[in-house]
Ligand binder design. Sequence first.
Ligand SMILES: Cc1cc2nc3c(=O)[nH]c(=O)nc-3n(C[C@H](O)[C@H](O)[C@H](O)COP(=O)(O)OP(=O)(O)OC[C@H]3O[C@@H](n4cnc5c(N)ncnc54)[C@H](O)[C@@H]3O)c2cc1C
Length: 466
Amino acid sequence: MSAYKTVGKEDIDFLRSVVGDSRLYAGDAISKDFSHDEMGGVHKMPEVLVEPLKTEEVSKIMAYANKSNIPVVIRGCGTGLVGASVAIHGGIMLSMAKMKQILELDEDNLTLTVEPGLTLQEIIDYVTPRDFMYPPDPGEKNAAIGGNINTNAGGMRAVKYGVTRDYIRGLEVVLPSGKVIEVGEKKAVKNSSGYSLKNLIIGSEGTLGVVTRAVLKLVPLPKIVVSLLIPFKDLESAIETVPKIVRSKSLPTSIEYMEREVILDSEKFLGKKFPDNTADSYLLLTFDGSNMETVEKDYEAVAEICLESGALDVLVIDTPDRKEAIWSTRGSFLEAIKNSTTAMDECDVCVPRNKIADFIKYTHEIRDKSGVRIKSFGHAGDGNLHAYILKDQMTEEEWEKKSGEIFTLLYNKAEELDGLVSGEHGIGYVKKEYFHRQLGEEQVNIMRGIKAVFDPNNILNPGKVI
Ligand SMILES: Cc1cc2nc3c(=O)[nH]c(=O)nc-3n(C[C@H](O)[C@H](O)[C@H](O)COP(=O)(O)OP(=O)(O)OC[C@H]3O[C@@H](n4cnc5c(N)ncnc54)[C@H](O)[C@@H]3O)c2cc1C
């Protein structure tokens, strides 16, 4: 039996008094889309879904839920991949997707203040014509910034620019008690003032507080962006080139790797041709800068390194059509793989960059030994690999057993290589077991202590992360 209160008529009446009729859905009126995230492995409907528009509304709802012992799950756009935004205990789902105003562009301080429901694409569309860039570049542009902050989303440009955490200056957060705090340096650039509560919230997967406003750091928009598509005869030679590129100091913005079979899945899924699909494996590199001369110097130096390391060719992607073909294909990999099987689950490990070849070879060994299809692609420049284990025709029982065994092997290998359970998608519900095993009792207990200070009644996203 659940330790939490079931949502009753009196609770719905209270929530309606806060958000009104048009922003509240109960029981069957809630769309089934809210029962799962994008990976789709964890399913449970919330009892009631509300769409707050203001911090005060969130605050009232949290205070009420806390007092009434009703669990609350925060939802961005539901594009997560680890079950983090699924209401596994029922209760209230707080959908932040409509709280999405751009509050201020401060050109003196290079900051953009936004509400959490704004999508990454909406941020890009706003800042690009104004000659700014918000550097984090996760593949899913329909995710909300609140979700990106709470998963510390990574993405393609992390090699040069870093991840979401590096671009958050300040946050307004509603605590489970309903109290509202502002954390971080806000618009100041530096901060050496005690423990960083901001950094605890970033990546906390909606377990510590509700982000209701964020001050993002912007950079000037690079004027020149050029990509190179580099075919290799096999994955090993492609991946083994990555540390050489990193060592060269001609730092690309992104270093992605892809295999032919994933490109073919994607061509089939999108009904569009990739500029080249003849080689076994590819590196996709991007360079940016303020003038063509420096960008060219950098990419020519790296092209040379690739050719010396066995690259079959170097294709310069500098026209809008070719750029679109490459990046739309890259953006569809996850869905294309999903479309090629009955169900799948993902391993998002992050290993030191010079160990990624060892890890990928290991996934191939496991695939060959187990007979289970494993496909991968990822951020080679960050050592962050996305390996997808495909269910195909397995029964539920076989799938559970085999995928469990394979995940254990993969996470053990990642640990042996000094890697982490997740590089960017988070722990959520489905990766807890592996995360706890890696972290050890001492650190799990510290994290539980932190959770208890923020959320003593354990009502915010219970059962996730720790
Ligand atoms: C095709 C595809 C490509 C992807 N590529 C990348 C990638 O390159 N890099 C990457 O990092 N991820 C990637 N992802 C994963 C996903 O898009 C990210 O995890 C994203 O940050 C989730 O945002 P969301 O708005 O969908 O959040 P949700 O999935 O709704 O929620 C994610 C977590 O954030 C919490 N949360 C959401 N909003 C708030 C808030 N306002 N306050 C507190 N907690 C909140 C939720 O409770 C949950 O724990 C990809 C996903 C897909 C489907």
